[in-house]
Write a protein that binds this ligand. Structure first.
Ligand code: PAF
Length: 183
């Protein structure tokens, strides 16, 4: 979609923002007139024994960081807004690539990820969507989703990849790094 004739970029996140997310915003701003960031801890992409409950949530701090980075609109929906009861949702299939690597260890993860990204694409209708290359498999599957959406006649969304941002020692930035100890 365009807002007032301009282009829109979406930066999808699960919040607990760090410099990697802010680099995604900078890339979005370099391409589009209007930047939307979503913050949504998507229950569908967490397995039963994973960290859904303890995943860091800090919306007030994130809103300040997003505003400072130049996000024009912060979309932080409730679960019921993304998955309204009674509404039949599309569940894009990850296909064979989704069975490999991380997909082999986290059954259902990539399907849940694609469901929410597809939903965000439908709701926000961006021209661009910016994703880090840190999760290369996720990036591949989102690109595949974008191609499938084109085939289905939906508007084109350019998936923009961005290089991983790392700590000085080389560790890739992640909201989950706070679970780690020094050792
Ligand atoms: O990479 C993430 O933070 C999530 O998988 C995403 C793309 C925001 C979907 O929930």
């Amino acid at each position: 979609a365009s807002r007032g004739g301009g282009t829109v970029a979406l930066v999808p996140t699960m919040g607990a923002l760090h410099s990697g997310h802010l680099a995604l915003v900078a890339a979005a701003k370099a391409r589009a007139d209007f930047v939307v960031m979503s913050i949504f801890v998507n229950p569908l992409q967490f397995g039963a024994s994973e960290d859904l409950e303890r995943y860091p949530r800090q919306l007030d701090a994130d809103a300040k960081l997003a505003a400072m980075a130049g996000v024009d609109l912060l979309f932080a929906p409730m679960v019921e807004e993304i998955y309204p009861p009674g509404v039949v949702l599309e569940h894009p299939k990850p296909g064979p690539v989704g069975e490999l690597f991380e997909g082999a260890n986290r059954p259902g993860h990539f399907g849940g990820m694609l469901t929410v990204v597809n939903r965000l694409f439908d709701l926000v209708k961006p021209d661009f969507a910016v994703f880090g290359t840190k999760d290369a498999q996720q990036l591949f599957l989102v690109r595949q989703l974008s191609v499938e959406r084109n085939r289905a006649g939906k508007r084109h969304i350019e998936v923009v990849p961005l290089e991983t941002v790392r700590e000085s020692e080389g560790l890739a930035l992640s909201s989950r790094n706070r679970y780690l100890t020094a050792s």
